[in-house]
Design a protein. Structure first.
Length: 146
């Protein structure tokens, strides 16, 4: 997850995005797997969107994968992909986004692609995470997509 920046307003050649291949590969696999379930098989009702703003009306946080309910304009599930060094920061962001209750997020996942470990945080968990890749909302083990 990254924060949008307000300046500079023009992208220059020296500016870049942190997007290692392994990180992007995991986002791709999750988006493809969930996308087939949403668009083709119609087995899930939430649309998977990679690196999409949570609030289209203003600069907002951008989870690696958002699962959006297009009927309610809410985002019940977010997924962050990280490596070991970024785990604490991404976990803190997921917990804050869920606890702030601004976007209807009810489940958040952080996947560490270096260790292949998943953490899940749900609305109302009081800051306590569980070592799980199972989405109660989707009825699906997200690890099965990787």
């Amino acid at each position: 997850m990254y924060f949008p920046i307000s300046s500079p307003s023009v992208v220059q050649e020296d500016y870049g995005v942190w997007a290692p291949i392994d990180h992007q590969r995991v986002i791709s696999l999750l988006t493809i797997g969930l996308g087939v379930m949403y668009h083709r098989e119609k087995t899930i009702t939430l649309e998977p969107l990679p690196e999409t703003m949570l609030d289209e009306g203003k600069a907002s946080l951008v989870p690696d994968v958002s699962l959006r309910d297009n009927q309610t304009d809410q985002t019940p599930i977010i997924i962050e992909v990280c490596h070991t060094n970024g785990l604490k920061a991404d976990l803190r962001k997921v917990i804050q986004l869920i606890d702030d209750d601004l976007y209807g997020i009810r489940e958040g996942f952080v996947y560490n692609y270096k260790t292949t470990e998943w953490l899940r945080y749900r609305f109302g968990d009081g800051g306590l995470t569980s070592a799980s890749s199972y989405s109660i909302i989707l009825g699906l083990d997200l690890a099965s997509l990787l």
